[in-house]
Design a protein around this ligand. Structure first.
Ligand SMILES: [Zn+2]
Length: 107
């Protein structure tokens, strides 16, 4: 399994369309649980990772999106949330959500 770039500070852009999210605009998020056979290193502190997802439902092309991997002792983790994606709009969130339900791949 290949891993993407990792960083500590979340980017300020929508993970899906790349638009800059200004501080005073609403942020949409999507939380995901990773299947048990996908090995994502869980650490004490949350970190950012890049995930490869198909560009669209029927695409074989992958694009890189960033996501937060929740920390081992975080409240999100206790609720079963492993990954959090951040978006500029509801539209972006629902597009990725649809794709994630079919396929997810880490690199
Ligand atoms: Zn967006």
């Amino acid at each position: 399994m290949e891993w993407g770039k990792r960083y500590k500070t979340p980017p300020t852009t929508c993970c899906w369309c790349g638009v800059e999210i200004s501080q005073d605009s609403p942020v949409y998020s999507l939380s995901a649980t990773i299947r048990q056979d996908v090995e994502v290193p869980i650490e004490k502190e949350a970190y950012i990772i890049e995930v490869a997802v198909p560009k669209s439902m029927d695409s074989t092309q992958y694009v890189s999106v960033w996501a937060i991997v929740t920390g081992r002792e975080s409240d999100a983790k206790k609720e079963g949330i492993d990954l959090i994606f951040m978006f500029c709009s509801k539209k972006c969130a629902s597009e990725l959500k649809e794709i994630l339900q079919t396929k997810i791949k880490f690199r």
